[in-house]
Write a protein that binds this ligand. Structure first.
Ligand SMILES: Nc1nc2c(c(=O)[nH]1)N[C@H]1C(S)=C(S)[C@@H](COP(=O)(O)O)O[C@H]1N2
Ligand SMILES: [Mo]
Length: 360
């Protein structure tokens, strides 16, 4: 059976491969940005405007990732017989090329599968997801570059071929349709108007005060501390410390802001927040501008119990210690007595149940 006699082959592989390469590139860049915002400790300047910037980049990450699944399946189908060509090893170079394809396919399947499970909030491996997903992404992109480099002449000539025969055209149309449906199925997580068509957008607005909840106060073992009359928010400046009750905070000038919570899992939801600005509190302890600020939760354990605000975020006039949400007192599950909410920031860094704000 020669390749030219079947519908499979370079005509389909190159076209589907091109779109797949574009989707993977967007997915990789947006994923890397998300990593940098979370781990670069502010040396990569991430703007605080527009406020939905992170919702946008992370939405793209999840949409392009999901759209890659049908594309990868069609791509694998198109080249399937090649994967088992005999002899498996013809020369050292050929063996290296075959090896890189094996790594590419394995890494891609791992990335898409682990990403989907994460978006569905099912963590069979719990704690290790982000670093592994991150590391394997580099493996996938490295193998992809080798693969494209090796296949470039073949890709070029296949793409240059104008008349694709009808059977192949049907396969291609089906692939584009499946990709579009897959993208739409998750797009509603971040694009509100698409919510109705989004069957795979699990986080579109369940939870108290019309906002989803990932981690409840019970799950975070917040317990009595949050509702105790002894609750105080400590604010530590340059050699000065003050503490505030929730009532103290409520009596200060309140700022309103409409800001999204944008989870790394791709869902995002906008809400109306009201509270005092972090800068306002820093001024009360004479903290200088232009400094990083450490924000800590009442939560004892947990990966997200503390975060560091880059100076630009700490001083931003929309970075709030929120006391109210959508017109009512912040629900315990949303971070009562108060939570951090800042513009264009990953949800995982929007710390709930605050106990301490400290200038570094
Ligand atoms: N203290 C604390 N704050 C936290 C978290 C947490 O686990 N503990 N989860 C974060 C995550 S991952 C997100 S997306 C946002 C919103 O999460 P929620 O849906 O649990 O409110 O809060 C963030 N703040
Ligand atoms: Mo999150």
């Amino acid at each position: 059976m020669s390749e030219t006699n079947t519908v499979r082959g370079p005509a389909i592989a190159s076209r589907v491969g091109l779109l797949l390469a574009i989707a993977i590139s967007i997915c990789f860049v947006t994923g890397y940005l998300s990593f940098l915002i979370q781990h670069s400790h502010g040396w990569v300047p991430w703007p605080t405007r527009p406020v939905w910037l992170y919702s946008f980049t992370q939405g793209l990450h999840v949409i392009t990732g999901v759209a890659s699944i049908p594309l990868l399946l069609v791509k694998l189908w198109a080249v399937f017989p090649n994967l088992f060509q005999k002899p498996i090893i013809r020369s050292p170079l050929h063996a290296a090329e075959r090896g890189s394809v094996a790594v590419l396919v394995g890494a891609m399947i791992f990335e898409l599968f682990s990403g989907i499970l994460n978006a569905a909030q099912w963590y069979p491996w719990a704690f290790f997801f982000p670093p592994v997903h991150y590391a394997v992404a580099w493996v996938a992109v490295g193998a992809l570059l080798i693969h494209i480099g090796v296949k470039l002449p073949e890709i070029r000539s296949a793409l240059a071929e104008r008349d694709v025969d009808p059977a192949r055209r049907t396969v291609l149309r089906t692939a584009w349709l499946a990709t579009g449906i897959a993208a739409l199925a998750v797009a509603g997580q971040s694009v509100p108007v698409l919510r109705r068509v989004s069957v795979l957008a699990p986080r579109s607005g369940h939870g108290p005060q019309d906002l989803p909840i990932n981690r409840t106060a019970a799950a975070a073992d917040i317990g009595e501390a949050a509702q105790s009359p002894d609750y105080r928010l400590a604010v530590v400046g340059a050699g000065q410390e003050k503490s505030f009750t929730r009532t103290d905070l409520q009596l200060m000038t309140q700022t309103k802001a409409t800001l999204p919570i944008s989870c790394v899992e791709g869902w995002s939801a906008s809400a109306n927040w009201e509270g005092v600005t972090v800068r306002q509190l820093l001024d009360l302890v004479d903290a200088p501008h232009g400094r990083e600020v450490r924000v800590t939760s009442l939560e004892k354990n947990g990966l997200y119990r503390a975060t560091t605000l880059p100076a630009a975020v700490a001083d931003d006039r929309l970075t709030l210690v929120a006391l109210r949400l959508n017109g009512a007192v912040l629900d315990l599950d949303h971070g009562y007595p108060c939570r951090l909410i800042a513009p264009a920031r990953p949800g995982v860094l929007q710390t709930k149940w605050l106990s301490r704000i400290e200038v570094l």
